[in-house]
Design a binder for this molecule. Structure first.
Ligand SMILES: *Cc1c(COP(=O)(O)O)cnc(C)c1O
Length: 228
């Protein structure tokens, strides 16, 4: 069996792939409708290379600076890598973010929408944009409050001319995630948005049941992080 020759570190990737397929089967969904975004933050090339070798091509980072240092050499060595920004984005890093990332999951305020629109007018790059919803209305967390979501999405489209592809959420740490996934899916539905970035290592199977199209999985693939 091919899996017997794989480095131990890939057991996590294999398990996540199997779990995605099983969750899709249970939900009556096509496994191809769920993109696994492997969150590589804090991990270096030595940990990432075997995951690329195992066929994973979509990766996520939460910091622009870290991604900028880490990924250009990896992308030179390996074709077809797509890089997603899943962490908060400062407007003054919009230029770097548009240049480097194929998707941005954390659009959450008007000033950032303006900065991204400006960069997309300057650069021939159109990252896929997700609006982040702060479904738990947690004061310390980024994201648009659910009651402000429709107006914000409309402003992104009409005032800034941005194509919004989907929504992202990070449920509160200490709550059941299902109602947060359901709320995000409902906001997406009524705004005609097809993509849902929902689900991390602990809850991606539940997120798939609620229609997630992009699961952001770090720990279950790479192991525990030392920090970050
Ligand atoms: C780190 C991170 C993840 C991955 O979390 P795990 O629990 O390690 O799977 C997903 N989404 C965002 C926004 C993150 O910052």
């Amino acid at each position: 069996m091919a899996t017997m020759n794989r480095p131990a570190g890939l057991a996590g990737l294999d398990a996540v792939r199997r779990d995605i397929e099983a969750a899709c089967r249970e939900a009556g969904r096509d496994p191809q409708s769920v993109t696994l975004v492997a969150i590589a933050k804090t991990f270096g090339a030595a940990a990432i290379e075997p995951v690329i070798a195992a066929g994973q091509r979509v990766f996520g980072e939460n910091r622009v600076q870290e991604a900028k240092a880490k990924w250009p050499p990896l992308m030179t060595r390996h074709g077809g890598i797509a890089l997603h920004l899943v962490g908060p984005l400062q407007s003054n890093k919009a230029r770097d973010a548009v240049a480097l990332f194929d998707a941005i999951h954390s659009l959450d305020r008007d000033s950032l929408a303006a900065a991204l629109a400006k960069e997309m007018a300057r650069q021939p790059r159109r990252p896929t944009l997700f609006v982040e919803i702060n479904t738990g209305a947690e004061p310390q967390k980024s994201g648009v409050k659910p009651q402000d979501a429709d107006a914000f999405i409309a402003a992104c489209r009409e005032r800034h001319g941005l194509a919004i592809a989907g929504l992202m959420c990070i449920p509160p740490f200490d709550e059941a995630p299902a109602p947060h996934f359901a709320l995000t899916a409902e906001i997406a539905r009524r705004n005609g948005l097809k993509l849902l970035s929902m689900g991390m290592s602990a809850d991606f199977k539940i997120a798939i049941a609620f229609g997630s199209t992009h699961v952001r999985v770090g720990t279950a693939i790479f192991g525990a992080r030392a920090n970050g």
